[in-house]
Design a protein around this ligand. Structure first.
Ligand code: AVI
Length: 348
């Protein structure tokens, strides 16, 4: 059950985040004991990691941020017209930097509207909410502090009627394809017939463009990746000599994903005091720290189908690097088509 605090234009809902979270200690112990060592990417985002991620978004090589932002800048009015003036629920809202372009379109309608940012960081939620309230006269904010990974149904805590569910920034790409399908199935389960889903997702392209986006010349992504070892040292009494690890980014063509790893440059044993483990590394052995799956438009459509969602509109940046996809629940599309006495296209 969510706790609610509110004033006239801001309601703040907080789910019990800890109750549903694996602890950092548990995940590190499990991940570093696996044959292919791995760590969940959500642990990148401590204060320094979040700051480094913001820097990544401004790197010349990291096109996804700019490409998605360009879609919003060019098409915000059209997107708003297509989705209607419904409450906008954004998973992983962060500082809502790109979303502001869409909020401008809501504001231009000169009617009250509701924005519901959902994020794991309560500080970020509060700061962002305060700024948005100052910028937009017609906005009311229902902020939800929750860990929505694998559980988009946390938004049931928000008493909304019709809504747009939004997942931007290609964050779905950090889930496996199976996890993504499950996430969307759970999402469909909480959608009413007139609700819509907006997905921002990175598209497949040449590894010559993909790999540098995750292995930039200034070494910001390397620092972002290595930061998780600093975090283990600080929070779990780890004794990683971070300089003996290097950042690796590669494109796995068979899986259609960028993989990030941390490779041990030497054979070594690393004590982690708080979890009572000593982790052994062979020289060259890696910890797999992130997958970033890339999609084709057809794969995005098929992913929607698996969750009973129909792809209704697409928007692209001028280079067609990134896709903003609008889905509606299958049943509502189906009913609409039946009402209009049209044939159901075979792709449905
Ligand atoms: C948050 N996520 C969508 C980013 C991505 O592109 O997969 C995280 C990231 N990792 C390295 N650079 C950016």
């Amino acid at each position: 059950m969510a706790q609610v605090t509110s004033n006239e234009r801001l309601r703040f809902y907080a789910m019990d985040v800890q109750a549903h979270q694996h602890t950092f200690a548990q995940d590190v112990a499990d991940g570093l004991a696996a044959p292919q060592k791995w760590l969940p990417p959500k642990y990148f985002y401590d204060e320094r990691g979040s700051c480094l991620y913001e820097q990544i978004c401004n790197l010349p090589e990291y096109y996804p941020y700019r490409a998605e932002r360009d879609i919003f800048i060019a098409h915000a009015a059209e997107i708003h017209a297509e989705i209607g003036h419904l409450a906008l629920v954004e998973f992983g809202s962060g500082n809502a930097a790109k979303t502001r372009h869409l909020l401008v379109a809501y504001e231009r309608a000169e009617r009250p509207f509701i924005y519901c940012p959902v994020d794991i960081s309560p500080t970020m939620l509060r700061q962002t909410a305060e700024q948005l309230l100052q910028t937009y006269r017609h906005i009311a904010i229902h902020a939800l502090h929750a860990d929505f990974t694998g559980r988009p149904d946390v938004v049931r805590a928000l008493p909304l009627e019709r809504k747009v569910l939004a997942f931007f920034g290609s964050s779905l790409g950090n889930f496996t394809r199976e996890e993504s399908a499950e996430f969307l199935r759970r999402l469909t389960a909480i959608m009413g017939p007139e609700d819509v889903f907006l997905l921002g997702i990175d598209l497949k392209k040449s590894p010559e463009i993909l790999v540098p986006a995750y292995d930039d010349a200034q070494g910001v992504t390397s620092a972002f990746n290595l930061n998780v070892l600093h975090r283990i040292n600080r929070e779990l009494g780890g004794q990683f000599d971070v300089q003996t690890f290097e950042h690796v980014a590669l494109y796995n063509d068979a899986q259609g994903r960028i993989e990030m790893h941390l490779r041990s440059l030497v054979a070594q044993r690393v004590p982690i005091i708080n979890i009572d483990r000593v982790v052994s590394f062979a020289a060259g052995e890696t910890i797999h720290t992130e997958n970033s799956y890339k999609y084709t438009v057809d794969e995005v459509r098929a992913l929607g189908h698996r969750a009973n969602l129909v792809l209704r509109r697409t928007w692209f940046d001028p280079q067609r690097y990134f896709l903003l996809a609008l889905f509606r629940p299958f049943l509502s599309v189906n009913c609409h088509i039946r009402k209009a006495h049209l044939c159901i296209p075979t792709s449905l």
